[in-house]
Design a protein. Structure first.
Length: 344
């Protein structure tokens, strides 16, 4: 698997070294947020890492929560960062730059195995949508079709964790493909211009974008290609969990409320996000993406909304170790908690 820049695994090793040095991370057992008030009714500051370098459709609930005062109603003053991908978001949380991250949980598991002191506090997306997308004319019906492809991937993103595991699980050797490392907002352009044959990431996002530009595209998720793993949810630093458990519950409750509003009226939610995206996202594209993403999330009225399932974490860690070159001794059942989910 030929690459042009350092792999995600190396990024995680760098993050682990930073954490071990103690230079960027508050004490893991008691890191406090930038500003927290214990006064009754006072607003609490919470720093949130998103998982993309720009706003995309599944960020709509965050925009809704901000615009409609939902965070404020739950006593929170939430600020956001836009890193380069899930891996970068986890580094931000793990080094105490932020308190909670919206991230791919498979990437989170790989980070935890590398020693990043974070834990999943909620699983939102029930089905994994990550996979490979190709334009019309490029065959992709099975894993065998991937041999010889140039695949666009983001080193700091969740797809770089998954694409390597996918290749290994399907017996595709490193010299049979070329991984072209690209920024998150550069992968789609590279696919459209023919710089790469396929891109790794959320299939529904890439397919809807291609159709919006008059091109037919298709894709297969990694689960369809024999690699079933966790997808998006929320991760917090271990220090923040210990010192601010009630803030986590407030945040998850606010997000669930905003998610339901997004489900009830995707077009209106997209209008809010598009206005915030400052030209980086168009209304039609947002609606098309939400049409494909919303069916993948656990309904907000489900009694198990947000719950991490032990078997899914065990399976994901097993795949990462067997096929993703992941190492580490952290037990899967220590990588998540359901203790701070809001009441049904």
């Amino acid at each position: 698997m030929r690459t042009e820049t350092p792999t995600n695994g190396r990024r995680l090793m760098i993050a682990t070294a930073l954490i071990a040095s103690g230079g960027l991370l508050a004490a893991c057992s008691g890191g406090a947020p930038a500003s927290t008030s214990t006064d009754a009714g006072a607003m609490e500051d919470l720093r949130l890492s998103l998982d993309w370098s720009t706003y995309v459709a599944y960020h709509a609930p965050f925009a809704v929560a901000e615009e409609q005062g939902i965070y404020e109603a739950h006593g929170l003053n939430v600020t956001e960062t836009l890193p380069g991908g899930s891996g970068d978001a986890l580094i931000e949380v793990g080094t105490n730059k932020t308190d909670i991250a919206w991230a791919d949980l498979s990437t989170a598991a790989a980070s935890m195995l590398q020693g990043v002191p974070v834990t999943s506090v909620a699983k939102v997306q029930a089905s994994n949508a990550s996979g490979l997308t190709v334009l019309e004319g490029t065959p992709l019906e099975s894993a065998d079709d991937v041999r010889g492809m140039r695949i666009g991937s983001t080193p700091g993103g969740s797809d770089s964790t998954l694409v390597g595991a996918f290749l290994s699980a399907n017996g595709i050797s490193e010299d049979e493909v070329q991984i072209v490392n690209l920024p998150a907002n550069g992968k789609f352009a590279a696919l459209m211009t023919g710089e790469v044959d396929a891109i790794s990431g959320q299939v529904y996002f890439s397919v809807s974008n291609a159709r919006a530009q008059g091109q037919e595209a298709s894709g297969l998720s990694y689960s369809e290609l024999g690699l079933e793993m966790l997808d998006h949810g929320f991760v917090s630093s271990d220090g923040y969990i210990e010192s601010n458990p009630e803030s986590i519950t407030k945040f998850l409750d606010a997000y669930r409320e905003a998610l339901q509003i997004t489900i009830d009226d995707p077009a209106a939610a997209c209008e809010t996000l598009v206005a915030k995206a400052d030209g980086a996202l168009l209304q039609d594209d947002c609606e098309s993406q939400l049409d494909l993403w919303l069916p993948l999330v656990t309904p907000t009225d489900d009694a198990e909304w947000g719950s991490n399932v032990p078997g899914e974490w065990e399976s994901t860690v097993s795949i990462l170790k067997e096929h993703g070159d992941a190492t580490g001794d952290r037990a899967p059942d220590s990588m998540f908690t359901n203790d701070y989910l809001p009441a049904s």
